[in-house]
Design a protein around this ligand. Sequence first.
Ligand code: ZN
Length: 172
Amino acid sequence: MKPEFHITTNIYAQRFVLQLEKWIQQNLFADFKVTAKFDWNPSRRSSRGGIYKDGPGINMAMYWAMPNNYGLTYQFKEYPSFDADRYIGGFFSTDPHHKLEAILAHEVAHAVQFFSYTKTHTKCKPHGPVFKHYYKLLREEFVNKKLPEQSSLKADYESYLAKISKISVITR
Ligand SMILES: [Zn+2]
């Protein structure tokens, strides 16, 4: 992929993280600051969020966070335990930024979760209720409102999956 695509996508992602940070400062923790790293190496498959040496941070596996969907409907899948959740689950979209933003919100929610532990001196599972609470707030505010109507996209996605399986039968 062209380097300028990586640069503009990094800028887009950084701006989104700054919006999340500002909202968290205004609504949750005034002293929350998060640093973001964007790694385009395809061998890096999973994104992370938490507390690092310099404080809250996220490290994004950008190659996998930004789908190459060529304008087609794609499916974003969340963790199996909450993929079906109405607020924090997976979804269908044609805009590759929606997946990127959902993953950014997911990782920033981990950073907020671990930041909150330093205040409350409590701990909970990585994808437990504390994480889900913050992820839901960020999804609702920054991602879910933008998502297109789901049932027609789901039907579209399933119809071309059916076509793909037909093609593979013919060419085999
Ligand atoms: Zn996670």
